[in-house]
Ligand binder design. Structure first.
Ligand code: CAA
Length: 393
């Protein structure tokens, strides 16, 4: 696929790059070290329109396409993967899910606040015993005729301590298995919502990850997204888009580590010449450049399919599994290129290596992506140009 960026897309990419360099870069090391949430930086991202990029303008969003969003995500993640995941969850899991499937009342109530960063949202699917096996929801949304009574615990929730809006996926009709699951809009200040402690993580340390307990939380029926029993399908369809966002985050982490490695290798000398002139390092840079470009093509392709209204579930899974594995592999290589300097905070690449790991885990592990892809392959849904003519189901 050949991508010719429009002038507007180039401007968005440049604006995100400038913002990352001038606002996110100063302080990124300290925020990571001390687990400091980027409060004022995220507020600024909201003001600049980075938190509701694909939301239609009449709901306060940027009305942009997925490719523009991916371009911005890549630039933000090159510098600060924590800010990138905060942005990704708000854009692709929360705003997109509401815009695509919620009632007009819910859209008007929440999208303007979420798009500008006045509110953040979180996506509450994972549970202590339901991660990859997402159909096994234990959280209950008991049908009490005119409201739901929600009880249960959610785990690993990005934006969990900051979000004012929770999209809570919960079981209403256990006898119907995944067809009995609902998704409800719950506000963080509702009685019975208890935010657990902040997780002390290997990477993306300045993002905000919590468990959340719901104890007898009353949720009006008008706060449900979609028909009764739509919750699991909602989660799957929303995650398909989320995976494009995380793939873009992984791409950004890999590209950021590559840019730093290239610059370092050109100025650091060993044996009388820059290390980039030694084949051992030059070939690492060549592999990085090649595989990052391949990841970029997959990510842009998945975004393109989504923008064209085509089926993008498999393309998103391919982009995520490949980009996240490229990010992990080449951030390790970036540390190697930097030698001892790569092992200390000041040079950034050790943080990128730690940040890369989560992209192989959240919004569906690499194993889940391979499951999605292999099922498609075994069902004869071959990935070729004919495939992109299929309409979205
Ligand atoms: N779009 C629409 N519907 C879908 C779908 C999709 N992409 N994928 C599955 N479905 C539907 C199926 O068609 C099926 O519906 P019917 O019974 O009506 O036909 C139903 O969902 C169940 O699907 P499966 O039979 O395939 O279910 P499964 O249990 O075998 O596998 C799975 C499903 C793909 C493994 C799924 O459970 C999954 O994606 N797991 C990973 C969950 C995940 O990504 N969690 C991330 C947590 S969120 C997070 O990380 C957020 C954060 O804060 C960063």
């Amino acid at each position: 696929m050949i991508v010719q960026l429009t002038e507007e897309q180039q401007a968005i990419k440049q604006a995100a790059r400038d913002f990352a360099q001038t606002v996110l870069l100063p302080g990124v090391i300290e925020r990571d070290r001390d687990m400091i949430y980027p409060e004022k930086e995220i507020k600024q991202m909201g003001e600049m329109g980075f938190l509701g990029m694909m939301v239609e303008p009449h709901y306060g969003g940027g009305g942009m396409d997925t490719l523009s969003y991916v371009l911005a995500m890549e630039e933000i993640a090159k510098v600060d993967a924590s800010a990138a995941v905060i942005m990704s969850v708000n854009n692709s899991l929360v705003c997109y899910g509401i815009q695509a499937y919620a009632s007009e009342e819910i859209k008007q109530k929440y999208l303007p606040k979420l798009s500008t960063g006045e509110w953040l949202g979180c996506f509450c699917l994972s549970e202590p015993e339901a991660g990859s096996d997402a159909t096994s929801q234990k959280t209950q949304a008991e049908d009490k005729s005119d409201y739901y009574l929600v009880n249960g615990t959610k785990n690993w929730i990005t934006n969990g301590g900051k979000a004012k809006l929770h999209l809570v996926i919960a079981q209403t009709h256990p006898e119907l298995a995944h067809k009995g699951i609902n998704v409800l809009c719950v506000e963080s200040d509702q009685a019975g919502v208890v935010i657990g402690g902040k997780e002390d993580k290997l990477g993306i340390r300045s993002s905000d990850t919590h468990s959340i307990m719901y104890s007898d939380v009353k949720v009006d029926k008008s706060q449900r997204i979609g028909d009764d029993g739509f919750g699991f399908r909602f989660a799957m369809k929303t995650l398909d888009g989320g995976r494009i966002g995380i793939a873009a985050q992984a791409l950004g982490i890999a590209a950021g580590a590559y840019e730093l490695s290239l610059a370092y290798a050109k100025q650091r000398e060993a044996f009388g010449k820059p290390i980039a002139q030694h084949q051992a390092i030059a070939f690492k840079l060549a592999d990085m450049a090649t595989e990052i470009e391949a990841a970029r093509q997959l990510v842009y392709h998945a975004a393109y399919l989504k923008d064209q209204g085509k089926d993008y579930a498999r393309a998103a899974a391919m982009a995520k599994v490949f980009a996240s594995e490229v990010a992990m592999k080449h951030t390790v290589e970036a540390v190697q290129v930097h030698g001892g300097y790569g092992y200390v905070r000041e040079y950034h690449v050790e943080r990128m290596m730690r940040d890369a790991k989560i992209t192989q885990i959240y919004e569906g592990t690499s194993e889940i992506q391979r499951l999605v892809i292999s099922r498609a392959v075994l069902n004869g849904q071959l990935y070729d140009p004919i495939f992109i003519t299929q309409d979205k189901s």
